[in-house]
Ligand binder design. Sequence first.
Ligand code: SF4
Length: 400
Amino acid sequence: MDTHAFKRSLHHSDRYNRRGFGRADEVAGSLEQAYQSSLIGSIRDNDYRLSHGRLKVRLAEAFGFCWGVERAVAMAYETRKHYPHERIWITNEIIHNPSVNDHLREMNVEFIAVDQGVKDFSGVDCGDVVILPAFGATVQEMQLLNERGCHIVDTTCPWVSKVWNTVEKHKKHTCTSIIHGKVKHEETLATSSFAGTYLVVLDLKEAQMVADYILGNGDREAFMAKFANACSQGFDPDRDLERLGVANQTTMLKSETEEIGRLFERTMLRKYGPADLNDHFLAFNTICDATQERQDAMFSLVDEPLDLMVVIGGYNSSNTTHLQEIAISRGIRSFHIDTPERIGADNSIEHKPLDEEEELRREDNFLPSGPVTVGITSGASTPDRVVEHVIQRLIALSEI
Ligand code: SF4
C-alpha cells in the first residue's frame, strides 16, 4: 500500500479530524477537575519541595502530563461534546494511564476489544466515531475504519507523526528503518506499519548484534531466529542491511537511542568508508522533547540524597519504565506504581519490578522510620491529581 498517499487522502476526508472541534473552553472545567492538583501547583512553586514533619518530598522538575497527552485527552473530551449521541470508540487506551481511561469509560467511550493480541472491530458500524490514541494506530486500522464509513478523530501526537514521516523518508530513499522500540508497543506497531523494510531493536545489545552481522560477524540462522517477529515480511539481513535509517519509539531512553544511532553510523562508516557514508546511513532526531525533559529531570533528581523513589505511571507505559530504570541504575530503592492505592495504610507497597515477566511484588515497611526523603516523578501520561494522591498517602504514613 502507498501509505503516504493513503494518509494524504485521509487528511482531506470530511470524516477525519486531527485538530479538535474548537470546544476547548467547554471541556476545560471537567479536565481541571479530573486531572489537575492545587497541592502539586504549590509544590512546584516551592522549588519542587514539600516538608511535612519527618517527611521530605522532592519532585522531579519535569514530570507528568506532556502536551501531547494533554492534547489527546482534551480532544477525546471534545469529541464526546461534539458527538453527544453517537457511539464513540477508541482503538486502544488513549494513553497509558488507568484513571484517564476509566474517566473515558464513564463518558461512554468504548474500547475496542482485544483477543489474543488481535483487535476485534466487528462491533464498529458506519457512522460511529472512532478516536485514535496519542501513540497512533496502524495504517491498516485507519484504512479499515475509513472504509467502514466511521468518523475518525485522530489524537496521534505530532511527535509520533514526525517519526512516521521519518520512516516514510527511509522508504523513499530505499533504506531499511531500524526502529529502536518495543516490538509489541502500540506506537512501534503503528510506526512499523508506515515503514517499508524495517527491523525493531529493543536495546543496544540487540543493535550490536545487527551491527556485528553487517560487519560479517554474525550467523544468519541465529539472526533470523532472534528477529523473526521484529522485522518486515521477507526481511533478508544479507540484502536489507546495506542502507539504514534510524527511528525510534518516542518514549525510549534518549541516551540509548542516541547510542544506537552512533553505533550504526560507525558501523556503516567502517563498512563503506566516509565518502559513501551518506548513501548508507540516514539520521533523523525523533526523540520527543517531553520524554527528554522528564529523563533529564530524573537524572538531576537521582543525584540528590534520596532514601527512596516513587515512580508513578501505567505499567505498560514505556516512558515511565525508563524513569524507573534510571533510579534503579543508581542503586536507589525505587518503586514503580500505577495508582495511589498501591500504597497501603499498613505501610506496604505493591509495585512492578523492572523485569517485564515478573508479577507485582508486595513489600512491607515501605516508608522507613525517622526522617525520610522521597523522590517522586511520574510518566508523561500521569495526571497531577494522581501524584497528589500518592503524596497524601505518604503524608498519612509519615504521621503514624
Ligand atoms: S511523550 Fe512525547 S511523543 Fe508521547 S505523547 Fe507526549 S509529547 Fe507526544
